[in-house]
Design a protein around this ligand. Structure first.
Ligand code: B4P
Length: 188
């Protein structure tokens, strides 16, 4: 099983590229952001719990995310691979992911990061706000999401460099060109 983590700051294009990668290689795309948003729009107890946190641009608790991912792995044990988009986002999530995979005799295969400057990230997310009206794409919440990224998620780069799993691709340019570059690094 190929376990790919697509990594990067908010707005780097993880969701955009994850869909294309999953389609090309026949892997399962798992976006924790999409899972949480669907709980919110469905008004489930979990959705009600995370709505305020997400709309403020904060990270949802590690325990909730870990429970969600456990059930994703249990319910998809026969897939050929996973594209994890938006998970892990904290050191605790990364450590728990390693343990979860080890339980199934699996491990992270590759961490592919999309490298995009902050000005471009903000421009993209504000554009998406106009097109899709996502509640966490306002200027103030975007700033907070970037702070969360710098404080909690960016430190994972060293974690994965140490494990020799980390590769970076320049994430500015056309979606198809970036996709082509990502595909040259993925070698299932
Ligand atoms: P996510 O849904 O993961 O949000 P994201 O980081 O903004 O998305 P992404 O980087 O995938 O950007 P996209 O491709 O859409 O998370 C939302 C929230 O959920 C978090 O803030 C948090 O509260 C919660 N959450 C999720 N996972 C969690 C976890 N593990 N732990 C705790 N909390 C968690 O691209 C952005 C825009 O750019 C799009 O409009 C796209 O069309 C555009 N774009 C993409 N590529 C482009 C390109 N090459 N050029 C120009 N525009 C491009």
């Amino acid at each position: 099983m190929f376990n790919l983590i697509l990594f990067g700051p908010p707005g780097a294009g993880k969701g955009t590229q994850a869909i294309k990668i999953a389609e090309k290689f026949g892997w399962k795309h798992v976006s924790t952001g999409d899972i949480l948003r669907s709980e919110v729009s469905g008004g489930t107890p979990l959705g009600l719990k995370v709505k305020v946190v997400m709309e403020a641009g904060q990270l949802v608790s590690d325990d909730l995310l870990i429970a969600i991912m456990e059930s994703v792995f249990v319910n998809n044990s026969t897939v050929k691979g996973f594209v994890l988009d938006g998970f892990p986002r904290t050191l605790k999530q990364a450590q728990e992911l390693d343990q979860m995979l080890a339980k199934h005799h699996e491990s992270v295969s590759l961490v592919l990061a999309l490298e995009v400057n902050e000005e471009e990230l903000v421009t993209r997310l504000l554009k998406r706000a106009q097109e899709q009206g996502r509640k966490d794409d306002t200027e103030e919440v975007i700033k907070n999401r970037l702070v969360q990224y710098h404080n909690h998620t960016k430190p994972l780069i060293d974690y994965y460099i140490e494990k020799k799993l980390y590769r970076e691709v320049h994430g500015v340019g056309s979606i198809d060109d970036i996709f082509a570059q990502l595909c040259t690094v993925i070698n299932p």
